[in-house]
Design a binder for this molecule. Structure first.
Ligand SMILES: *Cc1c(COP(=O)(O)O)cnc(C)c1O
Length: 418
């Protein structure tokens, strides 16, 4: 009996050695490993600065607070994302303004344009599946004189930036490319997730990349955010442990969201082999799926690469033409009975109880619903063998073909009956 899991963490001997090294070092919370991981993120993305935290969610909350986002403000986000994209806004007391997506699953720049008001303080664009958003269009919009003139700056950082802040939810997209460089440097702030299912993991964790305009001092912002992520304390435990350094001060109402070294060690061992082997291994699988499925007229190929962008191959979003949500669910059930664990990315937020109760209605996001209803995320990760992917491809073809055949037979029966 086959059992193919959806997205197990990549744990090899390098990861184990790095964790053991941390355990034996006598220092397990934020310290040298976190610093090394931040340096690796900078090396990979060419960001101006990188700050590790304990999740994407907490990092996003901190950055919205850093920008002074508060009650009465609006933040534009896509309806098609994980709930964290909206919750970080709500925890600042502000309102997530959800908009619909394009056919490539990312936020539709035209819909952003329509949603901008004098209350808009930020846009959070989500690189779904690892595919970068249309950043040139979004940036041109946010920097246009008309949109700038609407912006009401109310905090020190808002006055300094002078326009709507662009944040990337890059939970999926570490390693993605845009116009020949890392996609992470497209936005003012890009946040990666290092949660256990992501391309690089620290069990739980995240990393904030700063690529603000040059009139921001990135070193100062980094130092401030480090303090902000540690209860506002001006000396971290590592510095204090060096002795003669016991006296500290609390400078602001900080959060407690720092990443421990024991977690950073896992991600550090992975990111060192990411570009060379882990990312190419994902790509090979995605290309194989496309190659074997592209002959079928029901297959909607995911966007993986074009003249300006390349995905990080985090999710393989299989979409099947003209099927209903119920048919999709049936296909998933049959895949699971064949021992293949699949997923759906994402249930649009307006379909989830909490957001429904808050007044969001999926009828306002027709493309989000349409994409969700026909989507199945297939397993894609470095340890998936050739045998596994052969088995998955055969299963997809058999299950989908028989589902479509059954539907056709049922339709015929209905016609004959009438
Ligand atoms: C995983 C994920 C998050 C949340 O990441 P955490 O590190 O678990 O907080 C946010 N947005 C998207 C799109 C995600 O997939």
């Amino acid at each position: 009996m086959h059992h193919i899991s959806f997205s197990p963490p990549f744990i090899d001997q390098n990861v184990i050695n790095e964790v053991i090294d941390t355990l034996k070092s006598g220092w397990i919370t934020s310290g040298p490993k976190v610093k090394e991981l931040e340096a690796e993120v900078i090396r990979l993305t060419k960001s101006k600065s990188a700050i590790c935290v304990n999740s994407w969610t907490s990092g996003a909350l901190m950055m919205l607070k850093w920008f002074g986002i508060k009650e009465g403000d609006e933040v534009i986000i896509p309806a098609y994302s994980y709930c964290a994209t909206a919750l970080c806004v709500l925890h600042c007391g502000a309102t997530p303004v959800m908009v619909d997506i394009s056919d490539d699953l990312t936020i539709d720049p035209q819909r952003i344009k329509e949603a901008i008001t004098p209350r808009t303080k930020a846009v959070i664009a989500v690189d779904i599946a690892g595919w970068p958003c249309d950043y040139n269009a979004i940036k041109a919009l946010l920097k246009s004189p008309k949109v700038r003139s609407l912006f009401v700056a109310e905090s020190e950082k808002q006055i300094k930036l002078g326009r709507i802040l662009l944040v990337s939810d890059a939970a999926h997209s570490i390693g993605a490319n845009y116009m020949g460089h890392s996609a992470a440097i497209c936005s003012d702030i890009t946040i990666f997730s290092f949660h256990a299912v992501k391309n690089i993991t620290t069990a739980e964790g995240g990393c904030i990349c700063l690529n603000l305009p040059t009139y921001f001092n990135h070193e100062e912002e980094y130092n401030f955010l480090k303090i902000f992520s540690l209860n506002g304390q001006n000396k971290d435990a590592y510095t204090k442990s060096k002795g003669g350094n016991w006296k500290y001060d609390i400078l602001c109402k900080g959060l407690k969201i720092n990443m421990p070294d024991i977690c950073a060690a896992i991600g550090l061992a992975q990111i060192r082999q990411y570009k060379r082997s882990l990312l190419p291994a994902r790509k090979t699988i995605a290309l194989k799926y496309c190659e074997h499925l592209s002959g079928f007229d029901w297959f909607i190929p995911p966007t993986l690469k074009d003249h300006s962008r390349e995905t990080s191959y985090h999710i393989f979003p299989l979409r099947i033409k003209n099927i209903t949500e119920a048919q999709r669910d049936q296909i998933i059930e049959e895949m699971v009975s064949l021992g293949i664990i699949v997923n759906v990315h994402f249930i649009p937020m307006p379909m989830l109880s909490f957001f429904k109760k808050s007044g969001y209605n999926i009828a306002n996001y027709p493309n989000s619903y349409k994409q969700y209803a026909c989507e199945i995320s297939l397993p894609i990760y470095p340890n998936l063998t050739d045998e596994d992917t052969d088995y998955i491809i055969d299963a997809v073809i058999n299950v989908v073909q028989s589902q479509l055949k059954n539907t056709k037979l049922q339709e015929l029966a209905v016609i004959q009956h009438h």
